[in-house]
Ligand binder design. Structure first.
Ligand code: C5P
Length: 411
């Protein structure tokens, strides 16, 4: 009989979840949980203790998650430190079923297997779901260890009372999937204010070709766009970055490389469906050569060259009127040399944006190509926030601090 997967709270959708499985009979229940999470577009990676692997085979988890399963301190490809990889990668850890033994080892900071070592290497919220025999659960030693885990900031989902595998009736059953999901969602909510959100960021200066080897572009480095994409990803959003520039790799950012404004528009149309936020940090060209020469324009054959340029439609304004981007909160950028507020306000209105970030390009110590920026953020609701000179990453977080609470309710 096919079972419907447990509903997955919106905040968990798209999250990178490390499922650490210890050796209890309830390990089999984690297969369904891993499957439900995977079906809700979460990325789930499983690591299991040697005794867990006696209850459920690694291929079962591999099958439902589509990801390799770690069963020891050495990955199958021989890569060293798989625990550090998994700890870095995870946005959330669930340890379940947490046996008395694994709880004791975690409480004492042991790290001699893949499960305990990953827990020590994790940088994200940890949810622990104990399951054991009722007598074991009631012991002072176990309860003291549980208190230690709580004190260290882990969330403990208490086991439920009921029939136990030993035949006894009492407290010790692994909490049901709905409670596990809710505890995970709560842990995510408290750490990631953009969990469950889809964010699209554009970055870099578009390149408009003149001939097969030349183009018209601008000084935009794409650093502000990358800072915004990285900040949104670190705050739990699923991020697509449509960019002309190259950037360092970053967890949670899907990069879509483009060159021209036209390619950027086509990519945005596809990517904006279901998105919550568009941040147009790209410096999109305003004009492009009306004709593209099919072969290299030769200096020897050309005395003087005049380029005929045609206007490029405003991407962000065009998208504003299309159904693909209905409901998407749109933030534009305005690079201005003077009268920041007045010019930005005018642009925000003309382009139908919900907010605009104006940055001062007359400054020598910030802006184009720099790691620093400064400016002012204006919202259609009248809010105005000055941003003094700071790193682009800090500015990205300030912008998201302001934008996050103004996003429409999660769909
Ligand atoms: O009008 P201006 O180019 O200064 O406006 C800048 C803002 O408009 C940026 O957010 C930029 O990404 C966007 N833009 C656009 N399409 C264009 C030009 C600019 O979406 N063709």
């Amino acid at each position: 009989m096919p079972l419907d997967p447990t509903p997955v709270p919106t905040e968990l959708r798209g999250m990178r979840i490390a499922l650490l499985v210890a050796g209890g009979i309830a390990a089999y229940k984690l297969v369904d949980l891993a499957s439900a999470l995977t079906q809700a577009e979460c990325q789930v990676r499983v690591a299991m203790t040697a005794s867990a692997a006696r209850f459920v085979g690694a291929p079962t988890f591999r099958g439902v998650t589509g990801q390799p399963v770690l069963t020891g301190m050495w990955a199958s490809d021989g890569a060293p430190e798989p625990h550090v990889f998994l700890g870095d990668w995870a946005q959330l850890v669930l340890l379940a079923p947490a046996t008395a033994n694994v709880i004791a080892r975690v409480a004492h900071g042991q790290s001699d297997d893949i499960v305990t070592a990953t827990l020590l290497a994790a940088r994200c919220p940890v949810v622990v779901a104990p399951a054991m025999n009722d007598a074991m659960w009631s012991k002072g030693a176990v309860q003291d260890n549980i208190a230690t885990l709580r004190q260290r900031g882990m969330t403990v989902v208490e086991p439920e009372a009921g029939h136990l595998a030993s035949g006894h009736v009492g407290a010790g059953r692994l909490a049901g999937p709905a409670r596990l999901m809710e505890a995970m969602a709560e842990a995510v909510r408290s750490r990631y204010d953009l969990a469950g959100r889809r964010v699209v960021v554009t970055a870099g200066g578009t390149r408009e070709p003149i001939d097969p080897v030349r183009f018209i572009s601008n000084y935009s480095s794409g650093k502000m766009g990358f800072a915004l994409a990285a900040a949104a990803a670190d705050r739990g959003a699923r991020v697509v970055m449509v960019t002309t520039a190259s950037h360092p790799a970053h967890h949670g950012i899907e990069v879509r490389p483009v060159e021209t404004a036209e390619e950027m528009l086509a990519e945005l149309r596809e990517r904006l469906q279901g998105a919550d936020l568009l941040v147009m940090a790209a410096a999109v060209a305003d004009f492009r050569p009306a004709k593209l020469a099919d072969s290299k324009i030769r200096r020897e054959e050309t005395k003087r060259l005049t380029l005929d340029l045609e206007p490029i439609p405003d991407l962000v304004a065009t998208l504003g009127g299309e159904k693909e981007s209905a409901g998407v909160f749109r933030v534009g950028f305005a690079a201005e040399g003077s009268d920041l507020d007045a010019k930005a306000l005018d642009k925000m209105k003309r382009k139908g944006l919900q907010a605009i970030v104006a940055n001062d390009i007359s400054r020598k110590d910030a802006g184009f190509g720099s790691d620093y920026n400064a400016g002012v953020v204006l919202f259609a609701d009248g809010t105005r926030q000055e941003i003094e000179r700071m790193t682009k990453r800090e500015m990205a977080d300030r912008i998201l601090d302001l934008v996050g609470p103004r996003l429409p309710a999660m769909r």
